[in-house]
Structures are given as structure tokens and as C-alpha cells.
Design a binder for this molecule. Structure first.
Ligand SMILES: [Zn+2]
Length: 327
């Protein structure tokens, strides 16, 4: 009897490794814990091996395009999206669209585009942008393509439960989650087919997503660096003082910014006011202004973006840069 159980278990094991392309995931084969059994106790949430490291989408709901021709498998997959939605209490949400430009596209190819581990049943190819200061970079997910096979490596068609389980795992990657070493986790590196049940995301699976998606994405405008110099023109009526300045405006927030006010002051007097263009998240703008007339000599120049705080930002303390002007 015991031998039958073991043989069955060996037949059923299917490896899903290498199915992640989140920026941190890398090769995953070594993450499989051969000692782990389904009876292993739940790890405390603080020890969860799932990693997120700040990667996030900057909007919800995420649009999902199911690009398949098997209504059953498409429904199984959509069910997996709904399960993530329920497990996160709606913090992560999805809307089904018929549009290839959706945030997440699901396809059912005959083979996977990339198998980095052994045999896999799915891939999540994620695209993202990293920006912000090197000391605390931010990563925004911009799109994902999930590939799901319809057959096991042995050629057996996947059951509806299999499809939902594999989709649950790949959707987890598309949300930025890495693998888990806990066998009951939907992010475990192996999925056993045929499935005996559909396994909803555990508290441990959801835990890394909550602090990230509870925080509303915001704009974060800042003046990163600059240089200023003064030019004096001698005229009959006295000296004319001009300011030459170059500086960088960045949007280090997760949200696009509408055009923002820019105010340039020389010794506290406004010498120039203008608007930036609309700035996408992560975008930087190098600006250079020449021959800005200042009425008198000056020693300090201040550049400020959104000086009247019209745009809600995650950090309101970095909008201003003061430059000393050499004599
Ligand atoms: Zn995976």
C-alpha cells in the first residue's frame, strides 16, 4: 500500500520551477526544499520566504486579457484572478477586457517561451521600470504576459483544478511575488498534477502584498541637482544681473504627475515661473535657463517645484533646492 502511494506521488510531481521573471527572482531551482512535506507547520508571517521588495503596480484594478480559445480553461484562469482578489480583500483587483494592451495578458502557447528550470507548466514574463535614487530604488510593474500550458510534460491534459492552481501561481509572480519554500503555498515551486483541490492563496502568500498595496501610489516631485551662475552686464544705467541655471526635476513617485509649477527665486525674489510638462512616474527632466533677468546682484538661488503644494505627494520635503552662486 505504502509503495503504491509513493509511486503515485512520483508520477504526480510536476515541477513549475523557473517560471518567474520578477526582477529579484532569478533562477529558482535551489529554492526547492526536498524536506518539506504538506504537514509542515505554517511558518510565521514574518518568516515568509515570499519577497516583494517594493515592486508594485501603480493602479488597480489591473486589466486582464484572456487570449485563449478554450472557454473552460479561460474560466478556470479567471477564477484564479478572483481568488487573489478575495484573498487580498480587494486590495488587488482585476477587470477582464478584450484588449491586447491589457496590464496582464494570459496566453496558452503550445510550449513555454522560456524554461529555465526543469519542466514547467507556466511562465510569468513581467515588465517593469526601476527608478528613484540608487539607495532606495523603486520598481513599478508595467505589464505581464502569463503563459499557461494545457498539457503536463507527460502529455496529459490539465484538469480544470490544475489550470486554476497553475494560474494562481503565475498571477502571484505577476503581482511581484517570488517563490515560497512552503509546500502549501500557491507560490511553492512545484504544482502537483492532477490536483486534488484548488488551493487558495494563504495568509502567508498575501502578507507581502498588503503593506505595499495599502499605501496609495502618489507623485513625488523633487529637484535633484542643479548649478547656477551669474552674468553681469555693464550698461549706462548701471549693472544688469542675469541668472544662468540648470537643474533636474524628477518624479520619483509611483504615479504620473500633471504639469507642475516651477518657481525660481534669486535671494527670495521670484525671477521666473513656468510649468513642467506632464511627468510620468520615474521620469526626469533636465532644464536649462539662460539669461534670466534678476533686478539686483544675488547670492542664493532657489528652485522649487509645486511651491504651492497643489499636487499631493508622498514626500513634500524634497521640492526645493537652494544653490549658492559664486561671486
Ligand atoms: Zn514560479
Amino acid at each position: 500500500m505504502a509503495r503504491h502511494v509513493l509511486a503515485a506521488a512520483l508520477l504526480l510531481a510536476v515541477v513549475l520551477s523557473g517560471c518567474s521573471q520578477s526582477p529579484q527572482a532569478g533562477p529558482v531551482v535551489s529554492r526547492v526544499n526536498p524536506e518539506a512535506t504538506p504537514e509542515a507547520p505554517l511558518p510565521p508571517p514574518s518568516d515568509t520566504p515570499l519577497t516583494q521588495r517594493g515592486i508594485r503596480w501603480n493602479h488597480m484594478p489591473l486589466t486582464v486579457y484572456l487570449s485563449g480559445d478554450d472557454p473552460g480553461y479561460m474560466e478556470d484562469t479567471w477564477e484564479a484572478f478572483r481568488m487573489w482578489e478575495n484573498a487580498t480583500g480587494g486590495l488587488v483587483s482585476f477587470r477582464r477586457v478584450e484588449d491586447r494592451r491589457a496590464d496582464i495578458t494570459v496566453i496558452w502557447p503550445p510550449v513555454l517561451s522560456r524554461v529555465t528550470g526543469e519542466h514547467g507548466l507556466g511562465n510569468a514574463n513581467t515588465h517593469f521600470e526601476t527608478f528613484g535614487p540608487p539607495s532606495s530604488p523603486r520598481t513599478a510593474m508595467t505589464s505581464a504576459v502569463i503563459e499557461l500550458l494545457t498539457q503536463s510534460q507527460q502529455g496529459a491534459p490539465l484538469t480544470h483544478m490544475d489550470m486554476t492552481n497553475v494560474a494562481l501561481h503565475e498571477i502571484g509572480h505577476s503581482l511581484g511575488l517570488d517563490h515560497s519554500t512552503y509546500p502549501r503555498s500557491v507560490m511553492f515551486t512545484k504544482v502537483t498534477t492532477p490536483s486534488v483541490s484548488v488551493n487558495a492563496p494563504l495568509e502567508q502568500d498575501v502578507a507581502p502584498l498588503l503593506p505595499i498595496y495599502r499605501e496609495k501610489p502618489r507623485v513625488d516631485l523633487l529637484i535633484a541637482q542643479g548649478e547656477a551662475s551669474r552674468v553681469v552686464q555693464k550698461v549706462l544705467t548701471g549693472d544688469r544681473h542675469y541668472l544662468n541655471i540648470q537643474f533636474t526635476v524628477r518624479n520619483d513617485g509611483f504615479l504620473d504627475s500633471p504639469p507642475a509649477e516651477l518657481r525660481i527665486q534669486a535671494d527670495g525674489r521670484t525671477v521666473d515661473e513656468r510649468k513642467t510638462q506632464e511627468m510620468k512616474f520615474g521620469q526626469r527632466l533636465n532644464l536649462s535657463l539662460r539669461n534670466v533677468l534678476a533686478e539686483t546682484a544675488f547670492q542664493k538661488v532657489t528652485v522649487e517645484v509645486d511651491p504651492d503644494n497643489r499636487i499631493p505627494e508622498s514626500d513634500e520635503t524634497n521640492n526645493r533646492l537652494t544653490l549658492e552662486v559664486p561671486p
